[in-house]
Every structure is written in C-alpha cells, then in structure tokens.
Design a protein around this ligand. Structure first.
Ligand code: TRP
Length: 335
C-alpha cells in the first residue's frame, strides 16, 4: 500500500487562485485515492521562519485548518494533523542533521534566493537568514521520512526539497547499514502536480498576494461582487465580439457548468457587454463559494470541532511516526 503525504504552510485565508491551483486539485486527488494511505498536515513549525507572533500563528493555523475542511477534505480518507503535535518529527529532524552535508543546504533555492537578495542590496549575505530557514529542507525531510512516504505531491517550487529528502534518506541508510531490501528510511518520490491553468487576478496578471490582485476565497457576497466589478476590462462596445482568452472568461470557466460555458462562448462571439459578463460571473462564483464560505464560518465559530479532528489526526500520526522512530533509534544506538 502506497503512502502519500503533503504539507501546507499556514499563511492565512487563501484566495481563489490558491483554491483552484492547489487546494481543489489536492482534495480531488485524495478523494480519488484507492487503497493508498494519505497524510495531510499543517506545517506550522515551517512557518516559524517568518511568523513571529503567537496571535498570528494561531490565526493562520485556524484559518488554514478550517479552509481545508470547508473545501471538502475527507478526514475519513486522510490523516489531517498539525506538525507541532507530532514531536517525533522534530526528533527525526535532529538526527538527520548529522547525515546532511552543509553543502546540500547551501544549494537550496529558497535559501539561495534570500542570500542573493541581500547581496543585491549590498548588505551581509546572511542578514535575512536564520537557521530555521537554512535547515528548512531537513525539517521537511523529517516530515516526509517519519511516515514512510512513497509519494509527495507538490508544486514545482517544492520539487528540490523532495529531491534533498531523497539524498538525506539515502545518506542515512548508507551510514546505518540499511540495504535495498531492508531500508531503515523509505525513499520517497516527488509527484509534481500537473500545472493547473494559471488563475488570473483582478488586473489580468497571475492571481497572487504579492501583486495585490487577489479575490479572497471566503469574501462575503458583497465583497465578492465588488472584486468582480473591479476586474480590468477595455472600452469596446457591448455589441462588439469579445476574445475568450480574457481573464473574465477564464474565471467564468472555473465556476460555470459546460452548458453555461457554451452559452457564454456564443455571447462572446456575438457581442456582450462586460457589465453583463461580470454580473453572470458573480452569480456562478457566489453559487460555488457560498456553501464553502458557510462551512468555513461554521468551523471558525465552532473551532473545538476542528481541534478534535486535528487531535485525532495527530494521535494516528504519532503512532506511525513512533514506529519509524523505533527503527531509526535502533539503527543509531539510541534504543
Ligand atoms: N515547504 C512546503 C511549502 O512551503 C510545505 C511543506 C512542509 C511540505 N513540509 C512538507 C510539503 C512535506 C510536502 C511535504 O509549500
């Protein structure tokens, strides 16, 4: 039986681009799993590199937990837990630091980008580097290796981290006498999510927090309408045909059903006012989002239910991680 595991950093309420680009594909694929074991966790200690306030951390974790549940994560099929509730991960991380060459960390993209940015500013290359950032890939390796993970579904930006995990696992097995048929640590594989269409933001560029062009996933109906009305359009007349590669059409396709899309395609070909398109986009978007928003608010207002779900998940995660750690501790002479 294959084990699939992935982690999400708690970064607050996501936007529509995160939903269609990452959350929905992940949930759809865990719901399609047959006979595989699936783990999904909130990587709160990874967020410590940047989040330095308890109130913020609490808020982010709550929001991300409620988001995944509201978006349909099925906790009967997936073990859903908070990383910090599984201390075995941090024990493994400490052990792994000792088989990890520093050079491997020097080559990690995320670290290198921060160093380069400092160099470009003409300041000490390490000003923005704390050791949590530098050793981030080791903690991520522990997340993965503690669960005998076979497959790690991630976006392209995380591929290198999974490759580093493979190197660390092999180094550990080599040092402690694991063999191909009797591995101490299971060697994982990245499963790069096939690129989902880029979701356009309000100004037509890729929807991204850093561009400030996002539509928050759980905006209330009024705010959702306001956002949609702000989407950039041109001044062509309502009777003019419109190109279907427009962000408004792209976004419509995410929410509409096939017959609605066909109808809208004809309207675009024959001429339609942008205002009418926006009104129709709002109708289908609000139809999709309202039930999710209601579930999100329900979980946020009844957070003890979520705590219970995460506690159950952590219990089962600890059980599995403890088994792995017994093998590791036996191998290193700590048992
Ligand atoms: N580093 C990942 C990100 O920033 C989150 C993450 C932490 C993760 N641990 C993981 C992903 C283990 C996959 C497996 O998105």
């Amino acid at each position: 039986m294959k084990t699939i595991l992935t982690g999400v950093k708690p970064t607050g309420v996501p936007h529509i681009g995160n939903y269609f680009g990452a959350i929905k594909p992940a949930i759809d694929s865990t719901n399609e799993l047959r006979g595989a074991k699936s783990y999904l966790f909130i990587a709160d200690y990874h967020a410590l590199t940047t989040v330095k306030s308890a109130a913020e951390m609490n808020q982010y974790v709550r929001e991300i937990a409620c988001t995944w549940l509201a978006c349909g994560l099925d906790i009967k099929k997936t073990v859903f837990y908070r990383q910090s509730d599984v201390p075995q991960i941090f024990e493994l991380s400490t052990i792994l630091t000792n088989v990890t060459p520093k050079g491997l960390m020097n080559r990690a993209h995320a670290y290198k980008a921060i160093v380069q940015a400092a160099i470009d500013r003409g300041v000490d290359p390490d000003v923005d580097v704390n050791m949590g950032l530098f050793t981030y890939p080791i903690l991520m390796s522990a997340d993965i290796l503690a669960f005998d993970t076979d497959l790690v579904p991630v976006g392209r930006d995380q591929q290198q981290h999974v490759e580093i995990t493979v190197d660390i696992a092999k180094a550990f097995n080599a040092v402690y006498g694991g063999s191909d048929d009797k591995k101490i640590l299971t060697i994982p594989q990245p499963k790069i999510e096939k690129s989902v269409a880029t979701i356009p933001g309000l100004d037509g560029r890729k929807m991204s927090k850093s561009y400030g062009n996002q539509i928050p996933l759980f905006a209330n109906s009024n705010d959702l309408k306001k956002c949609i009305m702000r989407i950039t359009t041109d001044s062509t007349a309502p009777t003019d045909p419109k190109p279907t590669d427009h962000p408004l059409f792209e976004m419509y396709k995410l929410f509409a059903n096939p017959s609605e899309i066909e109808f809208m395609t004809n309207k675009f070909a024959n001429g339609v006012g942008w205002g009418d398109v926006k009104t129709e986009l709002f109708r289908v978007a609000d139809r999709t989002i309202t039930p999710m928003r209601e579930r999100f608010e329900y979980y946020m207002n009844n957070y003890e239910l979520v705590e219970k779900i995460l506690a159950d998940g952590a219990k089962s995660a600890r059980k599995k991680a403890t088994e792995t750690l017994s093998r590791v501790r036996l191998a290193i002479g700590a048992l």
